[in-house]
Every structure is written in structure tokens, then in C-alpha cells.
Write a protein that binds this ligand. Structure first.
Ligand SMILES: *Cc1c(COP(=O)(O)O)cnc(C)c1O
Length: 427
């Protein structure tokens, strides 16, 4: 039986019903698409994606030299894996293995690093460290590093963005100041401090940390990378769209409205899933369904969409933003992301911490994948989504594994123990 274009109309569920389910900690599915009342920002142009791809090519030899650990070729790309574990309700699943991306072990190696490279290139051209069309390997020489060291990059993070920007900024010789929200894990802070990054620890959430970081950057005249409002960041993430389409084509899969692609994208502020969604919709139109995934305690994108595209803090709905998924612990969705892709998001699934942990354990034991809870969320969302959209059971399902390969052994073992304990608790 062909599975068609949206044969069943979206079941709209009221905001108050959503909130009741979320507050009870239940898996919750919102289906769109939403209408955004007043989009402010221009969409991303295809020409911007082409320019971004060229920029990444210019930096490829530089990244390879600065991160020589493995036999990496300097291209930021991840594998598309067949997944031996298949969530109930579907026929097959593939994993986009961004958890194993070089440099940072998370999807931030796309957007975060791209935004940083844009800034480095601007400085380098302005100060004559490289010439337009020249050899960018000059950036790895000590003279260029000394010049870049006079600049400081400031960023706010729940962990992975700061970790990624800090790591890469130091590799280029830049000074870096990373403001961490209370969600950030100790090992990420320690690792950055060891690299000479100034880590500022805040006792509050991500949204307030962004404000503190911005104020600090403004006072010192530093460059501030803000993933709640950066187009460059989204463009960096968007490059993953063509990458995954080409990988599917290599195995003979071309999404169509008869057999569409469904991608499950973990969402914090929305930049990463938003960038990927923009590119996939641009290329595939109705042949792709983009499903964002959030923790039940931090469903900032779901609430914004259900509320007509207007972001509000999850606290206002009686939710506490307290989740094991540090990569997704964001109380307010990005306005820029809502402007650019708010009306393109097909669904949002909110999952409880317990289910994420369960999938951390299954991904490891049954597929050998080291995922952090934020990434395992994508796997946790598959069954609830197809239950809400049964006409998409036979679609091509891709769960975006957004991070985790760099988790230290001790951290990972603790997650597996927590998963076992939560099974005992609920059985
Ligand atoms: C940052 C991050 C996300 C979500 O990205 P946003 O741009 O904040 O929406 C998802 N998973 C992991 C592991 C991340 O680090």
C-alpha cells in the first residue's frame, strides 16, 4: 500500500492538553505545521549554503592540520548507519552519526565551528593573515596564531557549544571565554580549562547565561557567538542536509511523497534541528517530515509552536527545565529559528528522561553506539511519532544522533547505571 502525502489531517491538540501531559511527565506529541504570525528574518538563501560549503573547503586543510589525532581528512561529515535496533512500529531505521563527528563529538562541530570559522576568516582577511584565494594553512603558523591570540571569543553554553567553540578557538590560538549554565558537566569545564579556556560557571539556566555572556563580551569588546540568534550557525548546520540526501542516494534511497523521509532531530534552542530542517525542506519539500525532539521538562519549541510561534519560558507553563539531557536544557526557543523554519516543523515529540536513558542503554548494548541522553532522545521519539502518524510507518526513518562519542568512560558508565536503576524503579 503506498503511503501517501498527508492523508490524515493534523490532529490539533490544545495548548492546555499539551501542558497537562507535559507536567505529568508523559510522552507528548504536537503536530503542525504552525503558522508564524510575523516572521521577521529573511529565510536562508541557497546561495548562502553554497558559499558556506566553499568556506568549509577553504578551511579543510587547516582543520586537518589543527586536529591531527586520527586519519581525519578535515571534512566535517558523519556516517549514515544502518541501525540494528528498530523502535516498535517501523520497518527500518538509520542513524546519522553526528555523535562521532571529529573535533567535538557532537553536532556542534557543524554550526558552532562554522560560525567560528566565519569570524576567524573575517579577522584573518582584515589583518592580512591570509589573502583572498590564498593558502589558509598560513593560519597554522605561529605568527598567525599570535595575531589571532589578541582576539577573544565569548560564548554561552549548556555544555556542548562551549566545549566545541572553546576547543576549536584554542586550536587556532584565539582566547576564549565560555559561560556555562548550571547544566554543564564537570568534565567539559575541566577539559576546556586545561586547554587555556576561561570557564565562567553560572548558577542559573541557559537563557540567563546567554545574557551574562553577552554583557561580558560587550563590556570587553569581544566577539560573542550567540546560538539563539546566529544565522551563520544555522547555515553551518544546514550543510548537513545535502550530506544526508547524498548518503541516502548512495544506498538507493530517494525520498518521495510516496515514501518520504522522516528525520528525528533533538532540539535545544532550535538552531541545529532548524538548520537541518531548512535545508531538507528546501531540497525535498513534502518528501520530508521534520520531527523535533525535546525533554518533557524543556519543551520550549513545542510550546512556542503550539502558541502560534511566540516563544515563552517553559517555567510559565509550570515546567522546570530540569533534565538529564544537558544539550537540550533550554527554557526559551530561538526567535530566529522560529522565523526561519517555524512553519516547516511537522511535529515535536517530548520525551521523559527515563526513556532517553533507556535508549542510551539500548543504543550501547544492541548497536555499540555511545550516545548522550540528548542524542538518544531521537530514538525515543520514533515510536510515539509513528503512533500519532501511522501513515508514515513505512517511511525512511533517520534518527539524528547528535552527540556522545567523547563522553568519558566514567560518565558513560554512570548513565548506564542510571538506566538500569530507572528500569528497576518502574518495573
Ligand atoms: C546542541 C545540541 C542539540 C540541539 O541543538 P540546538 O541548536 O540547541 O537546538 C542536540 N543535541 C546535542 C547533543 C547538542 O549538543
Amino acid at each position: 500500500m503506498p503511503i501517501g502525502p498527508p492523508s490524515d489531517p493534523p490532529v490539533s491538540i490544545s495548548l492546555s492538553t499539551l501542558v497537562r501531559q507535559l507536567r505529568a511527565g508523559q510522552v507528548t506529541v504536537w503536530r503542525g505545521p504552525a503558522q508564524r504570525a510575523h516572521p521577521q528574518a529573511p529565510r536562508i538563501a541557497i546561495a548562502e549554503l553554497a558559499a558556506a560549503r566553499e568556506r568549509m573547503e577553504r578551511f579543510q586543510p587547516v582543520l586537518r592540520r589543527l586536529f591531527p589525532q586520527s586519519d581525519w581528512d578535515g571534512r566535517v561529515r558523519s556516517a549514515l548507519l544502518d541501525c540494528p535496533i528498530i523502535p516498535a512500529g517501523i520497518g527500518s531505521l538509520r542513524i546519522k552519526a553526528d555523535h562521532a563527528l571529529p573535533m567535538t563529538g557532537s553536532i556542534k562541530a557543524r554550526g558552532g565551528i562554522y560560525d567560528l570559522l566565519c569570524r576567524i576568516e573575517r579577522i584573518a582577511l582584515a589583518e592580512g593573515l591570509v589573502a583572498e584565494g590564498g593558502d589558509y594553512l598560513a593560519l597554522t603558523e605561529s605568527e598567525a596564531k599570535r595575531a589571532l591570540g589578541r582576539h577573544r571569543i565569548v560564548v554561552a553554553s549548556t555544555g556542548n557549544l562551549g566545549f566545541s567553540i572553546g576547543l576549536a578557538a584554542r586550536a587556532f590560538g584565539l582566547a576564549a571565554q565560555v559561560h556555562m549554565s548550571h547544566d554543564a558537566k564537570r568534565w567539559k569545564k575541566d577539559r576546556l580549562a586545561a586547554l587555556g579556556v576561561e570557564v565562567v560557571e553560572h548558577p542559573f539556566d541557559y537563557s540567563r547565561t546567554v545574557l551574562a555572556a553577552e554583557a561580558s563580551a560587550r563590556a570587553a569588546g569581544d566577539d560573542f557567538i550567540d546560538d539563539t540568534s546566529s544565522r551563520d550557525l544555522m547555515i553551518g548546520y544546514a550543510l548537513a542536509g545535502d550530506e544526508v540526501i547524498a548518503q541516502l542516494a548512495e544506498v538507493g534511497v530517494v525520498p518521495s511523497t510516496e515514501r518520504p523521509l522522516v528525520v528525528y532531530l533533538p532540539c535545544g534552542v532550535g538552531g541545529a534541528p532548524g538548520g537541518v530542517t531548512f535545508a531538507l525542506k528546501e531540497r525535498l519539500g513534502a518528501a520530508v517530515h521534520c520531527v523535533f525532539v525535546e525533554p518533557v521538562a524543556s519543551p520550549c519549541m513545542m510550546l512556542a509552536l503550539a502558541n502560534g510561534g511566540v516563544p515563552a519560558a517553559v517555567y510559565e507553563y509550570g515546567l522546570d527545565n530540569n533534565t538529564i539531557a544537558d544539550g537540550l536544557a533550554v527554557p526559551v526557543a530561538s526567535d530566529l529559528v522560529l522565523d526561519i523554519v517555524g512553519d516547516l516543523i511537522d511535529a515535536v515529540v517530548a520525551v521523559p528522561d527515563r526513556t532517553m536513558l533507556e535508549w542510551v542503554a539500548r543504543a550501547w548494548r544492541e548497536a555499540g553506539l555511545r550516545l548522550e541522553p540528548s542524542a538518544a532522545a531521537a530514538l525515543a521519539a520514533v515510536t510515539p511519532f509513528v503512533e500519532a502518524a501511522p501513515h508514515l510507518r513505512e517511511a525512511v526513518h533517520v534518527a539524528w544522533a547528535t552527540g556522545g562519542s567523547l563522553l568519558p568512560d566514567g560518565e558513560f558508565a554512570a548513565l548506564l547505571r542510571a538506566a538500569d536503576e530507572s528500569v528497576h524503579h518502574t518495573s
